[in-house]
Structures are given as C-alpha cells and as structure tokens.
Design a binder for this molecule. Structure first.
Ligand code: EPZ
Length: 415
C-alpha cells in the first residue's frame, strides 16, 4: 500500500488525538492479569492493537470491539504459548511475558519483532524476571519462562527500558511479597499502566519516578479505563503544522506530555496556546531552527519523535543537530529523505539537517515513525511524493490519511 502525496499546501483545521498506542498495547497485556472482564475506552483501531488482540485471542481470551473501545475477558485463557508468526510482528508481544508469568507461572515466546530500529535485545527483561523468581531456557527460536513461585524482590534495571519496566511491574503484581524496581522508565505510558493495574486492585506506587514499589495481591478484578492521549501523535501534528505553515487545533491532548515540544516551537515562528486538552498552533513563516535535539528516556526528547523533528528541521532557516542515543539504527528514514533532495548528513548517531528545497520522488517507509517523517517531508516538497510500504505508518496512526486530508493536505491512499 502507498500514499501519493502532493506537496506545497499549508494545513488548517482540527484533529482529534487517539489514545496512546504504547499505553493501549501494555494495557491489553495487563488485562491478562484480571479475573474479570475489563473495558479499555477510546482505543485506536490500528494494526499493532489488532495484532495484540489476535495474540491474546489465540491464548483463549474473549475480545469485543464495542462502545468505542475494547472489552477483554481473560478468564478463559488456556494457553501461555505466544510462539507464532503474529508475535514476531510486534515488539509489544514481549509485554505479555510479565502478566502471563505472573498469572500462570509459565510463558513461551519467540523472538519478537516490531520496527527495525535496532537490535532490541531482551536481556533487561530476562534479568528483571529472573530476580522475581522466574527461570528461562532457550530452544529453537523460542524462550521458555517459568516460575514455581514468584517472590517479591529488589530489581535494578541496568537501563530504564520501558518494556522491561512494564513487564516487571505486571509480573510482580500477583507475586507474594513486595518488589521494588529501581532505575525504571518514567514514560507517561508506565504511569498509565500503574493507574490501570491499581484500578483493578493492584498496589503499585512510584510510576513516573525511577523507583516503583509493587505489593503483590492475590487477584485483580475488572475495570473500565480511559488511556492517556498519544503524545507521539500529538507531537506529529505539532511538527506537521510547524513544517507546512497554517493553523491547527489539536484536541484531546495531555498538555504536560508535550510541553517540551511546545516550548521548542514557541521559540520559533509558532504562536501556541494551550487550553485544558487543546493546543492551538498558528505558523505564519519559516521556523528559525530546532537547535540541538538529543533523544533520551523520559522526560528527555522522545526517540519516537526524532524522525518527525528531522522532517521539520528541513524547513527551518538554521541547522538542526539531532543525536539519537536510544536506538542504534533509527536513521534509515533519512536515507529516504535524501531521495527528496534533503540537505542532511549522518555521522554515527548524529544527524545534521539544514533548510532544503525538497523535490517529490518515490520513497520507502522503513518503519512507523520514519514513514510518518517521509509523509511530512512529502507534504512540504515541491511536486508529488509516493511513500511506499505505507502500511507501517498505519501501525501507529489511526486514519492518518483521512486526518491529513481533513486539514487540507493532498494525500491519497493506493493499494
Ligand atoms: C518502547 O519500546 C516503545 N514501544 C517504543 O515505541 C519506544 O521507542 C521505546 O519504548 C523507547 O521509548 C512500545 O511501548 C510498544 P526500550 P521498548 O526497552 O520497550 C534497549 C513506537 O514507535 N534494550 O525502552 O522496546 C533497546 O535496544 C515504538 O511506538 C536492551 O538493551 O524500548 C533500546 O536501545 C518504537 N535490552 C533501549 O534499551 C532490553 O532487554 C530502549 O528500549 C530491552 C531494551
């Protein structure tokens, strides 16, 4: 599937932000721990969510889309083997290890997939789960985790991995005793997971800080839950209007999660107002530049917005320097930007982007956020840009082409 994009138009209008993909995926995993049905409101109907639901359905869970969200009944789960081609497709399948281990004492998983942005090892996950009483064996291309008895323990992550933090939290939720996880990821999605688990009766404190305390409980009951808005989608539309010019009203946001970006854009040509869950952005002329961007674990600049910032940097008058410190292979999209005549150079983990006279061409989306970056660049370029492999963009953005069209962007989806 591909997007055919005609550049040169400003954007005007309103967009509604979806629930955070990276929260919903971990909430679906956590629902496995419940002894009753749960309802997750306002879920984005995107590939990664669909894939995750298919995986838990294969384990025996009952899933139903209704009332704008997802009903999940985990009480009929009768398998803990997620060793199939589905789980190879998304990294979030790994986030099922903690809850399945916590609930059933065993889980088998094959090497997981997801965007090709780096090696994405599992050592931090394995180390944390072993500290909580699990043991792991490798055979074929699967990993078999089991635990006769999970016990509370002190776990120090060697790096604040989002997935490993969430897996450890979910595994410890039903274990006996108290667990303390240090050097945790502080992402808002981790805080959302704590809110969800506690709403089901868990006893977890500290998410959002580098130390999380989990007091194991016997069982969890059902609940209805509304996830946080997607801060990466919010940032995508902020950088879109900053690149193309125009005026956007972005609804359903969580301001505190995008303040860092609002400040960076305010110091440029952007007029920004924030009211409750709405951000208004008006951009009348070119941005000066985005200065230096260094990706880092939250509250640092999110690696997921790095490709989108690069696209915006190509419209700025001054040079932007981007350092990617989280994933070792997250500049593949930049190779594609060069096909659009981008004025950029890559040296190791550093990318320098300067004002470019972009010219439409055919490019290939290497991954989710890289694909979105190519779309922004195509909307800015002179002429027509074809973004191939656009399926990867729809893994994370619901109705991306429709939302862009609704604000005046010229984009057509083609098989
Ligand atoms: C989550 O991935 C997100 N995915 C990613 O979003 C996001 O980019 C990433 O966190 C960082 O914020 C989901 O939540 C589903 P990590 P995750 O473990 O948990 C290394 C998107 O576009 N590492 O925090 O897999 C790893 O290689 C996706 O929505 C180990 O070395 O990321 C990376 O260099 C892309 N060993 C760094 O840590 C491990 O055991 C951060 O990874 C685990 C991770």
């Amino acid at each position: 599937m591909k997007y055919v994009i005609e550049g040169g138009n400003k954007v005007f209008g309103k967009v509604e932000i979806q629930s955070a993909k990276n929260s919903v995926l971990s909430l679906i995993s956590a629902s496995v721990l419940s002894s009753e049905e749960v309802f997750i409101e306002n879920c984005p109907n995107i590939y990664d969510v669909e894939c995750m639901l298919k995986i838990i359905k294969k384990l025996g869970a009952r899933v139903k889309w209704a009332d704008g969200g997802i009903y999940i009944d985990p009480t009929k789960i009768n398998s803990t083997c997620i060793c199939d081609k589905l789980s190879k497709k998304i990294r979030a399948s790994l986030f099922l290890v903690g809850p399945l281990l916590g609930k059933f004492g065993a889980v088998t998983i094959n090497q997981t997939g997801g965007c090709d942005i780096g090696s994405r090892p599992l050592d931090i996950h394995i180390d944390a789960l072993e500290k909580l009483g699990a043991s792991v064996e490798a055979y074929d291309d699967c990993l078999y985790f089991h635990a006769d008895k999970l016990k509370g323990n002190f776990v120090r992550l060697k790096y604040p991995s989002v997935g490993a933090t969430e897996n450890a939290m979910m595994c410890a939720t039903l274990s006996c005793g108290v667990s303390v996880i240090e050097n945790c990821a502080k992402e808002p999605e981790v805080v959302d997971l704590q809110r969800f688990l506690n709403k089901m009766g868990a006893k977890i404190q500290g998410a959002g800080t580098s130390c999380i305390r989990i007091e194991g409980v016997k069982c969890l009951h059902g609940c209805s839950f509304k996830p946080i808005p997607d801060r990466i989608e919010t940032g995508t539309f902020m950088l879109l209007v900053a690149t193309l010019g125009g005026e956007l009203e972005i609804n359903g946001i969580k301001p505190e999660n995008i303040l860092f970006l609002a400040e960076k854009l305010r110091n440029n040509a952007c007029k920004i107002s924030l009211y409750n869950d709405i951000i208004y952005i008006r951009v009348n002329n070119n941005l000066k530049g985005l200065g230096e961007i260094v990706t880092a674990p939250y509250p640092g600049f999110p690696t997921d917005l790095q490709p989108l910032a690069c696209a915006c940097a190509l419209s700025c008058d001054e040079e932007t320097v981007i350092k990617e410190t989280i994933f070792e292979n997250r500049f593949k999209y930049a190779e594609e930007l060069l096909k659009l005549n981008a004025n950029l150079e890559i040296s190791g983990n550093t990318l320098r982007a300067r004002k470019s006279e972009l010219v439409g061409s055919t490019v290939y989306a290497p991954d989710l956020r890289g694909g979105a970056s190519l779309c922004i660049a195509g909307l800015y370029a002179e002429g027509v840009t074809v973004v191939e492999n656009a399926e990867v963009v729809e893994r994370g953005y619901e109705n991306f082409d429709k939302k862009l069209k609704s604000i005046g962007a010229k984009i057509i989806k083609k098989k």
